[in-house]
Design a protein around this ligand. Sequence first.
Ligand code: SF4
Length: 178
Amino acid sequence: METGRNDAPENPWPRWVSSVTTAAALPAMALGSYVLWRGRRAKLPLWVGSWGALMTVSRRYICARCPYYGEYCSTLFGKMTPIIWRRSERPLNTRGFYWDIALAPVLIGLPAPDAYRLSKRCLLAYLSTWALFLGTLHRLGCRRCPLDMCPFNPARPGGGEGDPGRCPLSSGRRIAAR
Ligand code: SF4
């Protein structure tokens, strides 16, 4: 599935959404860093590098090709990407999102054992920070998103029950554009 700029619908996200979804990621970043600092500091370069890759490398294959490049969108990546990448003429497709998918297990999983070693309550708190971020992103960002090539998009074509492309968090309902 690919999309170009000309056939993309009007930006469906109210301007405040990108700040809220991006801010919702900060507790996970902070607690993950704290846990690794208290636990296995040797993991910190991989942790910081993975966040760096999410904010840079991934954006080249996703946001730089996106019709909402340079705009307030589902996250602040739309506004941040022009700082590092020029707009790409390549079409946005499902393969581009595999960068984010490949980084997710590292970003979520790396501090988890160290959080558990600190305490079960710390692990619960850490996992809750990810639930906060992913839940907020899904609720405010994904459910308005017209980019149906994204594997996380609840409105992905064929998004019926049991469709692997359907977001497991999804209710399948879409929020009307503003
Ligand atoms: S809508 Fe998604 S893919 Fe497009 S610029 Fe915003 S964050 Fe990136």
